[in-house]
Design a protein around this ligand. Structure first.
Ligand code: FES
Length: 105
């Protein structure tokens, strides 16, 4: 599920694999890639639930404009994961309205 050779950008560089936590489960991604890309590559497509109707949302624009990808990252809500670089050990949580679906510890 990860792009290896982009038709415009060419071959993607192979950054080191790092581990982070997604909703209390260990997950892997490439250092510096968008958090949203790492989650998509791992098969996770729901990033948040809407505040009023609790409908699932995931990546849409991938350029930081739509807010559908916001999640709670290291305890901070409303982080646009499509434009936030992945770091080792990050705590990434599905957002429910304006808070984490599961508590940040
Ligand atoms: S996918 Fe639109 S802001 Fe991240």
């Amino acid at each position: 599920m990860r792009i290896q050779h982009h038709p415009i950008l060419g071959p993607m560089s192979q950054k080191p694999v790092v581990t982070f936590v997604f909703d209390d489960q260990p997950c892997e991604g490439r250092l510096g890639e968008p958090i949203a890309a790492a989650l998509y590559a791992a098969g996770h497509k729901i990033h948040r639930y809407t505040q009023r109707e609790h409908k699932p949302r995931g990546i849409f624009c991938m350029i930081g404009k739509c807010t559908d990808c916001v999640m709670v990252v290291n305890g901070v809500p409303n982080v646009r994961t499509c434009i936030t670089a992945l770091e080792a050990g990050m705590d990434v949580r599905t957002q429910d309205g304006s808070v984490a679906k599961r508590g940040f510890q």
